[in-house]
Design a binder for this molecule. Structure first.
Ligand code: F6R
Length: 364
């Protein structure tokens, strides 16, 4: 049942305020002032490092989490795609928490990576949508993302719920390890409580993404750029674009542009720049200006302050609500999804069942 939407993907994008609200209530309780993990929880003071493993969109959620765990909890974090991790036979030291992220909980490579870690890691934790899945059952602790059934092959609400649970974990790790002071903890939890309504506003403002779709649908190639927390999100934006619109899309960390990819830029290449006005904003703007100097058509996704500061010469902008920069990946996932969705609709592709793809990859 698409609940009046044209595609399951549109329905699942629209559901995000509600499912994120449910996930937050599960972990924060009604008062919303402390994080409670299910079961015996996790003792982060006993852990020395984290190894995060997943595939596809779930891998990009892990890449984002690396920034969070490093910054908030000052923990060393390694991230890998499951298909590489499992055959590399990496050393997994006893103080390691091995964390696996999977919507379906049945992805063959992720499950094999989990089994490889079972007798090596201190603890094996999973972040899953399907509670009775193999990955959930074989973990010491399974953390639900509570996104509800996701039918569209391209992951949307599962991604934002994965991010939310991973951020809650990083905050809890920071609290336990004393790297997060009480005021900042309270600020972050308050920002998280407000997130469903901010996400709702971003979805309601989706008309700009729709208005751009006819032009984006003409493109042969699209580049996505981001720095810091926006880099994994640029990767996710490019993946969404490829898989449902079949337009070739690549993402780069903004600072890598001049090390090669800038050679791709000409007036036919739209460049999506994801850059809230945070501490890295000015750096990204200077990369954006290098793109524009070579004729690239910049679509800037930023907040009011960012767009006001950097609108000269850009092709189009999408204005996002203001949030605490730590939460920006969850919010900026919305325009990434909407751009891909509307471009695919403009191209007339099979949005919910893109060619060559399966919802659950149970063979390697
Ligand atoms: C992309 C997408 C895939 C999955 C990947 C992992 O939109 O949905 O990249 O994220 O196949 O699947 P799970 O999360 O089920 O392990």
């Amino acid at each position: 049942d698409k609940a009046g939407h044209r595609h399951f993907m549109a329905k699942e994008i629209a559901e995000q305020p509600q499912v994120l609200g449910e996930a937050l209530r599960f972990y924060l309780g009604e008062a919303g002032d402390r994080i409670t993990l299910p079961g015996d929880g996790i003792d982060f003071t006993k852990l020395e490092r984290l190894t995060l493993v997943a595939c596809g969109t779930a891998y990009y959620a892990c890449l984002t989490a690396k920034y969070w765990f490093e910054q908030i909890a000052r923990m060393p974090v390694e991230v890998d795609v499951a298909s590489e991790f499992r055959y590399r036979e990496p050393p997994v030291t006893p103080g390691t928490m091995a964390l696996f992220v999977s919507q379906s909980g049945e992805t063959a490579d992720t499950l094999a990576a989990l089994r490889y870690c079972r007798d090596k890691a201190e603890t094996v934790v999973s972040v899953v949508n399907v509670a009775e899945s193999s990955i959930a059952r074989e973990s010491d602790l399974a953390l639900p993302i509570l996104a509800g059934t996701e039918i569209g092959v391209a992951s949307t609400k599962a991604f934002s719920c994965q991010l939310t649970v991973l951020l809650l974990l990083a905050i809890e790790a920071g609290r336990q390890r004393g790297t997060l002071d009480a005021d900042r903890l309270a600020d972050l939890l308050s920002a998280l409580r407000g997130l469903p309504s901010v996400i709702g506003r971003a979805i309601d403002d989706g008309a700009t993404a729709e208005a751009l779709s006819l032009q984006l649908a003409e493109a042969q190639d699209v580049l996505f750029l981001g720095r810091g927390l926006m880099y994994p999100l640029a990767l996710e934006g490019a993946l969404k674009m490829k898989e449902i619109s079949y337009i070739h899309a690549e993402a780069y960390a903004s600072g890598e542009l001049k090390h090669g990819p800038i050679a791709l830029i000409d007036k036919h290449v739209p460049v999506v720049v994801m850059a809230p006005r945070d501490a890295l904003f000015d750096k990204t703007v200077s990369n954006m200006q290098e793109v524009m100097a070579r004729g690239g058509q910049v679509l800037l996704i930023s907040d009011h302050a960012g767009i006001t500061a950097a609108q000269d010469g850009i092709w189009r902008s999408i204005e996002m609500p203001q949030v605490d920069p730590v939460l920006s990946p969850i919010l900026y996932a919305i325009p990434a999804q909407l751009i891909a969705y509307h471009t695919a609709v403009a191209k007339g592709t099979d949005v919910d069942q893109p060619r060559n793809l399966a919802k659950s990859v149970t063979v390697e």
